[in-house]
Design a protein around this ligand. Structure first.
Ligand code: FMN
Length: 337
């Protein structure tokens, strides 16, 4: 029978499924349910330096829209908390003591001294690793991209010096050259990358004629962007890459492993399908491995990474033009008949 064990940043995981940082992973009650249903590790709800009340309010609205389909989950959902960072640290410590799976903290601070201060406090809680959520609010027309990247690199370098536990960096999908940023971050001594984060983005309601902010749950095809980068990075960087965004089925998980990820993060999947679906997902991965004769994750990890392909051009954007050319040849062929 297939063995789903894997390793991420030196952490032994019983399978590749990690609960991404969400409100569900900020509650001991829900983390216990995630553990019971087979999740291998969790990323604790991000500690944001600023107040988290607004974010909780948005989640509350989001959850209401799912009331019918997941009534049970919604009724169990605890009242929106307004924990500040210090309270989150206490809760994280208690959580780590009460579960048997690895707990990875997540941090997004505003200024450099806070990053270091909180990283140290987080390490003192006994968690297994730290994920740095490097989000920068790009609302400034005058700030140079290079300046932002330099600041981010400096933060990661300083945090790396300040703590000993493994560190991953959860990256924004928006860099002019993401691969170059990854290479530079490698030099800071981080242990892993999470590709990619997904942000709240505004939408316009034409009925109300107003701007609204909503977090829409992901769709499966959103996983293609991380998939491409994971495929390009595998074997070309030393660190482990954890896939995130758009992983909504066992098929999506298997694809990410084939591209080179030893583990994946789930968020929308659990919100949409509930905790029980984690067990089904694991069973489907196991069945696929059994059918293919794979006994371990290692046996097929990275099999379809750029490095392992005879013709890696499919990972390059230029392929788009080939597809367009084939299409236009086809249309021309029809026109001649
Ligand atoms: C309700 C909710 C809360 C989230 N909170 C955080 C957070 O605190 N920190 C973070 O890094 N990502 C947060 N995320 C983003 C997820 O961790 C994940 O990156 C994103 O949802 C994409 O993954 P998915 O396609 O599996 O949903 C949140 C997502 C949701 C749905």
């Amino acid at each position: 029978m297939a063995d789903l064990k894997t390793k991420y940043m030196g952490l032994e995981l019983k399978n590749p499924l990690i609960m991404g940082s969400t409100n569900l992973s900020g509650s001991t009650e829900f983390v216990k349910k995630l553990e019971e249903n087979g999740i291998a590790a969790i990323i604790y709800k991000t500690i944001f330096e600023e107040d988290v009340q607004l974010e909780n309010l948005e989640l509350h609205e989001e959850m209401e829209s799912y009331t019918e389909r997941h009534a049970q989950m919604i009724t169990q959902f605890p009242e929106m908390d307004d924990f500040g960072p210090e309270e989150r640290l206490n809760n994280m410590k208690k959580l780590k003591e009460s579960v048997n799976i690895p707990v990875i903290a997540s941090l997004n601070a505003v200024n450099k001294s806070s990053w270091i201060e909180y990283a140290k406090k987080i390490e003192a809680t006994g968690v297994d690793a730290l994920e740095l959520n490097l989000y920068y609010e790009d609302i400034d027309f005058d700030k140079e991209a290079d300046e932002i990247e330099k600041e981010q690199l400096e933060i990661v370098r300083e945090v790396r010096k300040a703590i000993k536990i493994p560190i991953s960096v959860k990256l924004s999908p928006f860099y002019s050259n993401c691969l170059n940023m990854i290479k530079k971050l490698e030099m800071t001594g981080v242990d892993g990358f999470v590709l990619f984060n997904k942000f709240l983005e505004p939408d316009i309601s034409i009925k109300e004629e107003e701007l609204q902010i909503k977090h829409n749950f992901s769709k499966s095809n959103e996983s293609r962007h991380p998939l491409r980068y994971i495929g390009m990075c595998y074997g070309n960087i030393r660190e482990d890459i954890c896939a995130s965004t758009g992983i909504l089925s066992s098929t999506d998980v298997i694809k990410m492993i084939l591209a080179g990820a030893p583990a994946v993060q789930l968020a929308s999947f659990v919100y949409k399908n509930g905790f029980d679906a984690i067990g089904d997902m694991l069973k489907e991965i196991e069945d696929w491995m059994d059918k293919r004769g794979y006994r371990t994750i290692e046996e097929f990890k990275g099999e379809l990474a750029m490095k392992n392909l005879k013709n890696p051009t499919i990972y390059k954007k230029v392929q788009y033009f080939d597809v367009m050319k084939k299409l236009s040849d086809l249309i021309e062929g029809y026109a001649l008949k």
